[in-house]
Design a protein around this ligand. Structure first.
Ligand code: ZN
Ligand code: ZN
Length: 265
């Protein structure tokens, strides 16, 4: 199933997943980041706000007049870039301090290097990689495992899925069977937990957690292909089991491949 491209802006590409669900993608950057806009009847949820190279609100303004709440999959630079453009921001309680005081485990030089390399589209003049700084600020509220965010006729269930980062969440939309997996599960490039602040065992436990969610019809990771078949959950579950059996759940064991899924420790 291909998603129709409804806006191809200088920096962002908007694909329509259904009438009330959009992916806002940054294909000009090597990370191929997606943020997702979900419209309810009363408000809209924006899952992450991208790299911050350009301002994502320019796109959400074209897609909805509803008030927008930002739900943060996790506090890494490529997911919180345009947080500062929105009034209402939510984050898992385990990463509140990162949002307020800065991301732990990754130096600013590394962040700037990753942010500015391998860019294939013209960036806006406002983007300066030498002074780039990830968003910092106080969230409106905190998310916990099992929370349900109501959008009006549509809701999102929050799953705490640590491992890639301590306060990582996945979000499930039971109205459509969509599972938004952030950096826990995506295709093409390795999902990873290989440096301090990541936790390989927790990552595998989180893959188990999402593979137990019933009625998943489509999986949306934050990078690479938009929309994966639910059979990926079976692959993820098998990967977790196999890595444990082979005693590979430690930093430095490398990249482990299970069909299209790659996991790097
Ligand atoms: Zn991440
Ligand atoms: Zn990411």
């Amino acid at each position: 199933m291909n998603n129709e491209i409804v806006i191809d802006d200088a920096w962002f590409t908007v694909s329509q997943i259904d009438a009330e669900t959009f992916a806002i993608s940054e294909f000009g950057h090597w990370e191929k980041v997606h943020s997702f806009l979900l419209l309810g009847q009363e408000r809209a949820a924006l899952i992450d706000t991208g790299l911050g190279i350009d301002q994502i609100k320019r796109m959400t303004d074209q897609l909805t007049d509803l008030p927008i709440i930002v739900l943060t999959t996790h506090v890494h630079a490529d997911h919180i870039g345009s947080h500062g453009q929105f009034e209402e921001i939510y984050v898992h309680e385990a990463e509140e301090d990162w949002l307020v005081s800065g991301i732990k485990g990754l130096g600013i030089e590394q962040i700037r290097k990753d942010m500015s390399r391998d860019i294939t589209r013209p960036v806006p003049e406002t983007f300066d990689p030498t002074s780039y700084k990830p968003y910092q600020g106080k969230p409106t509220g905190l998310l916990r495992d099992g929370d349900v965010v109501e959008l009006g006729g549509r809701s999102l269930k929050i799953y705490h899925t640590p491992g890639h980062s301590p306060g990582h969440i996945a979000l499930f939309d039971p109205s459509r069977g969509y599972l938004f997996t952030g950096d826990l599960l995506y295709d093409e490039t390795p999902v990873y937990a290989f440096y301090p602040t990541t936790d390989p065992e927790a990552l595998l436990n989180s893959l188990d957690t999402i593979s137990r969610i019933p009625e998943v019809k489509r999986i949306f990771g934050s990078h690479n292909t938009i929309g994966l078949d639910p059979s990926w959950l079976k692959v993820a579950q098998h990967a977790a089991q196999d890595l444990r059996e082979k005693d590979l759940v430690r930093y430095g064991t490398g990249i482990h491949t299970y069909e299209g899924l790659r996991i790097q420790f």
